[in-house]
Ligand binder design. Structure first.
Ligand SMILES: Nc1ncnc2c1ncn2[C@@H]1O[C@H](COP(=O)(O)OP(=O)(O)OP(=O)(O)O)[C@@H](O)[C@H]1O
Length: 254
């Protein structure tokens, strides 16, 4: 049957979070939340402390299980999946503090994160050296560390360590990257380059960023979701959200 003109056509989002709730001892940290992220989108989540931002990412990556609701990613339900299955489905998560191997070089950190397959008997098989090397170099170029491949990760600047960790996710080619305050502690120049990096990433992937730095949010966001008390308080362009009286009252006015 033909769709009547003007009828809502269901759209396939990369990520569709619907009616998501999680209670901790009766306290709803996330409360009936719905959120939809497109392919090739940067979505920024902002909101006051305790709004539920980190908990939303914990729910998407399977670290926390919801009390109710659904999270569909590329058409698959994630709420019944284990954390490693969600990673394999294509969701990469970076936490606030970089977790890199400080004693290893940039090259080795990236190489170790390269996804290793398993053969039909379940044994690990390793990709040919050349394939790994060219992928490591490609990702190092994206994260501005191509000239630092032989450098020990421990002596990188804070910002470079953050980029390296993003690179360690990128090398696994996730379809969705989730970043928790990626520019915290970065210099102004590093923030500008991080915005550039995110714009490169979304040519092929989608990104969710939790951020407090409003200048950075303005630089990267096409759509912003404001959380408050576990719910969506406002959503839309930065322009719209920053002029929303509700948002000014609970967040931006402080
Ligand atoms: N495992 C948990 N057990 C109990 N309460 C929790 C748990 N995780 C989070 N909370 C509570 O849920 C609320 C939301 O926390 P969350 O860390 O998601 O907020 P946030 O928006 O990320 O805040 P911030 O900007 O400070 O990082 C807080 O009140 C927090 O104390």
């Amino acid at each position: 049957m033909n769709q009547p003109i003007g009828a809502a056509v269901p759209k396939d989002f990369l990520l569709a979070v619907e009616a998501l709730t999680v209670s901790f001892d009766g306290f709803k940290a996330v409360n009936d939340l719905s959120l939809y992220v497109d392919e090739n989108e940067i979505r920024v989540i902002i909101g006051p402390n305790g709004a539920g931002k980190t908990t939303v990412l914990d729910l998407i990556c399977g670290r926390t299980k919801p009390t109710s609701g659904s999270i569909r990613f590329a058409g698959e339900e994630l709420t019944t999946r284990r954390e490693y299955e969600i990673v394999r489905a294509g969701v990469g998560r970076k936490f606030q503090n970089p977790s890199i191997y400080e004693d290893l070089t940039v090259f080795e950190n990236l190489e170790l994160s390269f996804p290793r397959g398993r053969d039909v008997f379940g044994a690990l098989f390793f990709k040919r050296d050349g394939e790994v090397k060219s992928r490591v170099e490609e990702v190092a170029g994206m994260i501005f560390l191509k000239d630092h491949l032989g450098v020990q990760a421990g002596i990188l600047s804070h910002g470079q360590k953050q980029w390296l960790e993003i690179g360690m996710l990128l090398i696994q080619s996730p379809r969705l990257l989730m970043l928790d305050e990626p520019v915290a502690g970065m210099s102004v120049a590093e923030r500008v380059k991080t915005a550039e990096l995110l714009h490169t990433i979304i040519r092929n992937q989608s990104v969710i960023v939790i951020e407090h730095d409003m200048k950075f949010v303005e630089d990267i966001a096409t759509r912003v979701t404001v959380l408050h008390q576990g719910r969506v308080l406002s959503e839309g362009s930065m322009e719209r959200v920053k002029n929303d009286p509700k948002v000014i009252e609970v967040y931006l006015g402080h």
